[in-house]
Design a protein around this ligand. Structure first.
Ligand SMILES: [Fe+2]
Ligand SMILES: [Fe+2]
Length: 244
């Protein structure tokens, strides 16, 4: 009798446990293998879309950086030729110090053009033939034109190009663009000072010695530090300019 009672209790208990397990299955978010597979495919699809978008974005900024480097290469090549012509014009008009400034800037822009060219070559870009187009006017007008050009480069062009190269994570482009950007800021100040001096007829007091860093084109008037303030290049690599 005692044995029968124990067996009955055990059967009842096992029934309760089984019922409880069944209920718990119904109430959870567990899915069939088919459902899980479908959800996984859905997530994978979204991930692929995201990856494709990132890849497209990456390709876009990469292509845009190449386009920008080509524009910068063309701009610096043209600026170098233009300033060389402006230098000759200034010398003809008797503005020797301004002629020196134009020659120093021309030398600097040529360094920028070569740096940009190296970046393009590194990425396997075919370089176009640049035919510089510009008009030579009076030295006063040439200075105004130079200020306009440098202003565009330091307020719009280089900041935009640097932002895109940064997004593309193109380190070489960033170095080359920053060298030019930082130098053009100085050129803008030098040209503005020269124009004021020309207007005030004090141009003979302008600097008559220039140093140009052969790495980054950084331009110094009268004296130069032991190392370039932009590229840290040693001053023994600077180009010294005392005549046009
Ligand atoms: Fe410049
Ligand atoms: Fe430098």
């Amino acid at each position: 009798m005692k044995k029968l009672l124990i067996i009955t209790v055990l059967i009842s208990l096992s029934g309760m446990i089984l019922t409880s397990c069944g209920n718990s299955g119904k109430n959870t978010a567990m899915k069939s293998p088919e459902q899980n597979e479908s959800k996984s495919e859905e997530n994978e699809g979204k991930e692929n879309e995201g990856n494709e978008s990132l890849v497209k974005q990456g390709t876009d900024v990469k292509a845009k950086t190449t386009e920008n480097m080509l524009a910068a290469f063309k701009g610096e090549t043209t600026a170098s030729a233009k300033y060389a012509a402006y230098s000759k014009k200034a010398e003809q008009e008797g503005y020797h110090q301004i002629a020196l400034l134009f020659k120093a800037a021309s030398t600097s822009e040529n360094i920028h053009a070569n740096n940009h060219k190296a970046v393009l070559q590194e990425s396997g870009t075919v370089l176009p033939t640049i035919k510089p187009e510009f008009t030579i006017k009076s030295t006063k007008e040439n200075l105004e034109d130079a200020i306009k050009g440098e202003t565009y480069e330091v307020t719009t062009m280089y900041p935009d190009f640097i932002t895109t190269a940064n997004t593309a994570n193109n380190q070489m482009a960033l170095i080359s663009l920053n060298y030019a950007y930082k130098t053009e800021k100085k050129h803008k100040v030098m040209y503005t000072t020269a124009l004021i001096a020309l207007n005030n007829k004090t141009d003979k007091n302008l600097p008559s010695v220039f140093y140009i860093c052969s790495t980054c084109g950084n331009t110094y008037e009268t004296t130069a530090p032991a190392r370039c303030g932009i590229s840290m290049t040693s001053s023994d690599k600077f180009l010294k300019l005392t005549s046009v």
